[in-house]
Ligand binder design. Structure first.
Ligand SMILES: NC(=O)c1ccc[n+]([C@@H]2O[C@H](COP(=O)([O-])OP(=O)(O)OC[C@H]3O[C@@H](n4cnc5c(N)ncnc54)[C@H](OP(=O)(O)O)[C@@H]3O)[C@@H](O)[C@H]2O)c1
Length: 264
């Protein structure tokens, strides 16, 4: 088999959360182009329908299912739908997540807990629902968690989001141990990537300029930068890789969005 064949996903079935736009949608398009059937879950019907329609128009196979990852019964339904429609489940991308940075002293404990649940609890829930079904229907597979550079490097303003993504990165390493050798579990520590999630920050050109200056590669990430790594992690090319966190972040060794400290 040629080396490029190892990057193909022909015959495989992938579930991707938060795939109505941004990084999740790019992963869905990449997986479909590589030959997988993709199941796209997010809350906004028009967006998931539009991603699925684009994939079908390009000759791929896609199913869109409105899904709120905070509702465990909807995660069960997502996995059921993948297997019902396409007969198996090989790949899960836990992508839905995100929390705006903000001062710890102005964040309620409830908001902290909610962010933890959104960014890591939902990945735990979908992984535990999907893993037995992946083994049963496909003999195993791969889980890809979309974590953040904020989970690797501490910074003022990131106590809530950074703690949650740090936990997602550790969950990745924990489940990799528990699910080996059947299911590989890896994560991407994503750096600043041009999506709607960054739109408030990027609407201020001076903040964007500062972020770019602080990024060794001299630009922000594009969603395809992340999708390319997510494709590798899900594909047979990464069959000996598990429990790893790959930084796709333009070389950041610290965060590039300076926020004020609490006490000046
Ligand atoms: N962009 C960055 O710079 C960056 C950096 C590091 C990490 N990340 C991570 O990358 C992931 C994707 O972010 P993004 O930048 O692509 O954001 P985005 O463009 O805002 O897209 C987020 C997607 O998640 C969906 N979503 C939100 N809440 C959901 C819920 N409760 N259930 C199901 N789907 C939900 C959204 O659709 P609906 O609202 O319709 O549900 C949308 O499809 C997140 O985990 C984020 O933390 C992003």
């Amino acid at each position: 088999m040629g080396i490029l064949e190892l990057f193909r996903l022909d015959g495989k079935v992938a579930v991707i959360t938060g795939a109505g736009r941004g990084i999740g949608a790019a992963c869905a398009r990449a997986y479909a182009e590589a030959g997988a059937s993709v199941v796209i879950g997010a809350r906004t019907r028009e967006q998931i329908d539009s991603v699925a329609a684009g994939i079908r128009a390009a000759g791929g196979r896609a199913l869109a299912l409105p899904t709120d990852v905070m509702r465990e019964e909807q995660l069960e339904a997502l996995v059921d739908a993948a297997i019902r429609e396409f007969g198996r489940l090989d790949i899960v991308v836990n992508n839905a997540g995100g929390t705006a940075p903000g001062p710890a002293l102005k964040t309620s404990t409830q908001d902290f807990v909610n962010s933890f649940r959104f960014n890591v609890g939902t990945a735990f829930a979908l992984s535990r629902i999907a893993a037995p079904r992946m083994v049963e229907t496909a003999g195993g597979g791969a889980i890809v968690n979309i974590s953040s550079v904020a989970g690797e490097h501490p910074a003022a303003g990131f106590a809530t989001y950074g703690t949650a993504k740090g936990a997602l990165s550790l969950l990745t390493r924990e489940l990799a141990q528990e699910f080996a050798p059947k299911i590989r579990v890896n994560a991407i520590a994503v750096g600043s990537t041009r999506t709607e999630a960054l739109s408030t920050v990027l609407s201020n050109p001076s903040i964007e300029k500062k972020m770019v200056e602080l990024t060794p590669m001299g630009r922000l990430g594009e969603v395809e930068d992340i999708a390319a790594c997510a494709l590798y992690l899900a594909s047979p090319a990464a069959s000996y890789l598990t429990g790893d966190i790959i930084g796709v972040n333009g070389g950041l060794t610290t965060l590039n969005l300076p926020m004020p400290r609490a006490f000046g």
